[in-house]
Design a protein around this ligand. Structure first.
Ligand code: PLP
Length: 501
């Protein structure tokens, strides 16, 4: 019988549980996660391993968690902290008083994706006369540009990258610009391979055509300037480059702030103006939103502010030096192993490698590394580029790097011994024959079960060894990969109804 006077289910208990019980549940759930600290997870997390920093950020977050960024006049603390974050990012990226970009302004967003969506929105809405707007991006640009194009109904013109340099040719970028192009974008560096695009040349062709140029420095905007100060040959990619009109940098990456903070900078306020959304045509408050969210927690902004204040310029310089040394040691470890090669010489904080012809099966190698406690990010083959393994390197990796080389070598030996993954014939023919449209929920359920995917698989939603899944995805064209993963994640995202009484 359902007692209709009380509701419970999922996270909602009928009487509420004690605070310590609720917290213990969070901690128990967290135990299944990949380790966010300790320098063995090469994606998703950015850990400087600075003692006390987590506590500081958490305290600052708590202080401002209930403050609402919806109205900066009601909460001037948030306005002050946002302006300080934008000022810091502007300075790091070549703008501010005394530079060639003295009028830089910006906004704090929730992440790189939101920054890129807003850069595209600003460019689109600056040209109401263009009815079918387009943007030009290199194939190596972050997927968030495709998401922006999709959300904003802007067409995406993708320029291939050289299979050698992993960069687009500026001439090819120029050739892709047409009368409906509202934005040209490039990366500093690209997420997948960590290479810096020829920003100056691309910005020049954009300026020549009278088109905005966005530099996606979400990943590297906070490290490249410090690496340059340390003597690394970092090309100009920021507001010192004529023609660069906007830059994004994620503070929740290498500024080491907790998640939920990115900055989108524009060279001047006129360029930023079409980013805003304002609406007075309803009976409630007039809405003036610089970013996508309206109600916004002050927590991430305060946490980022405290993090920047505490680490300071000298702290970031030191962390960049530590990270650079870790990158060099990891790259050496890759070079030392037969059967692997670097996709590119590291020029930022990414180490990306692939297998040579007689090398190990890369997806088996990833599993062997996982078994040894190293969590790497496999990248599927794409447009002539081979499958690869991505390592995002942060300062916390430095104390671990000496252990990585021997483990990598052992993992390669083990991967050779295990041999490459062979897709069972029925799976191979299924993937060969499947079209995204033919992929019904029933087919996906069957496929997921066959691959050991799903909440019933045991401890977690994924099997311990992922090589078979990765091999299957690698064999599928991108549109089928998308559909398979959408269906699979949809299977995972089902409510738990629970019962606590
Ligand atoms: C991480 C990243 C993004 C997207 O940022 P999110 O914070 O994950 O939304 C965009 N571009 C680059 C180059 C990135 O590294």
């Amino acid at each position: 019988m359902i007692d209709e006077s009380r509701v419970s289910g999922g996270a909602l208990s009928s009487d509420g549980v004690a605070a310590d019980v609720a917290l213990a549940e969070v901690r128990r759930l967290r135990a299944a996660d990949r380790p966010t600290h300790g320098g063995r997870l090469f994606a998703y997390v950015y850990d400087p391993a600075v003692p006390g920093l987590d506590d500081l950020a958490a305290a600052a977050h708590r202080e401002s968690a209930h403050v609402n960024g919806l109205d900066p006049t009601a909460f001037p603390s948030l306005l002050a902290m946002e302006n300080a974050l934008v000022g810091a990012a502007g300075r790091v990226l070549g703008g501010g008083p005394g530079t060639t970009a003295p009028d830089v302004v910006g906004s704090v967003t929730s992440g790189g994706t939101e920054s890129l969506i807003l850069a595209v929105k600003a460019a689109r809405d600056a040209h109401p006369e263009i009815t079918a707007p387009r943007i030009v991006v290199p194939a190596s640009a972050h997927a968030a540009f495709a998401k922006a194009a999709h959300y904003l109904r802007v067409a995406l013109d993708v320029v291939p990258v050289s299979l050698d340099t992993l960069r687009p040719e500026p001439a090819a970028m120029a050739a892709a610009i047409g009368p409906e192009t509202v934005l040209v974008a490039c990366s500093a560096p690209s997420y997948a391979h960590g290479v810096v695009d020829p920003v100056a040349e691309i910005a020049a062709v954009a300026a020549e055509a009278g088109v905005r140029c966005h530099v996606d420095a979400c990943f590297g905007g906070w490290t490249l300037p410090y690496l340059r100060r340390l003597g690394e040959p970092v090309p100009a990619f920021d507001f010192t480059v004529p023609g660069v009109t906007s830059i994004s940098v994620d503070l929740h990456k290498y500024a080491y702030a907790p998640k939920g903070v990115s900055v989108l900078l524009h060279r001047d306020a006129a360029l930023r103006a079409p980013q805003y959304f304002a609406y007075a045509d309803w009976p409630g408050y007039t809405m003036i939103n610089p970013v996508i969210a309206s109600t916004r927690s002050g927590g991430p902004i305060a946490a980022a502010y405290a993090t920047l204040r505490h680490l300071g310029d000298a702290g970031y310089l030191r962390l960049a030096a530590v990270t650079r040394d870790a990158v060099a040691a990891l790259a050496d470890a890759v070079r030392a192993v037969d059967g692997l090669r670097l996709m590119a010489e590291p020029e930022s904080t990414v180490v990306c490698f692939t297998a040579t012809g007689d090398g190990p099966d890369l997806f088996v190698l990833v599993d062997e590394l996982t078994a040894r406690g190293w969590h790497t990010q496999p990248q599927l083959s794409y447009a002539g580029l081979p499958a690869s393994v991505h390592l995002t390197v942060t300062a916390s990796v430095a104390p671990r790097v000496a252990e990585f080389g021997p483990d990598l070598a052992a993992a390669v030996v083990a991967a050779h011994a295990a041999g490459p993954v062979r897709l069972p014939a029925e799976l191979a023919s299924l993937v060969g024959a499947l079209t995204p449209e033919a992929l019904t929920p029933e087919v996906v359920v069957g496929l997921a079960a066959g691959l050991g995917l799903g909440a019933d698989a045991g401890a977690g939603p994924l099997p311990e060894r992922m090589a078979l899944v990765n091999t299957l995805l690698d064999a599928a064209p991108p549109a089928l990969r998308e559909r398979l993963l959408v269906e699979f994640v949809g299977l995972l995202q089902r409510p738990t109804w629970g019962s606590d009484d």
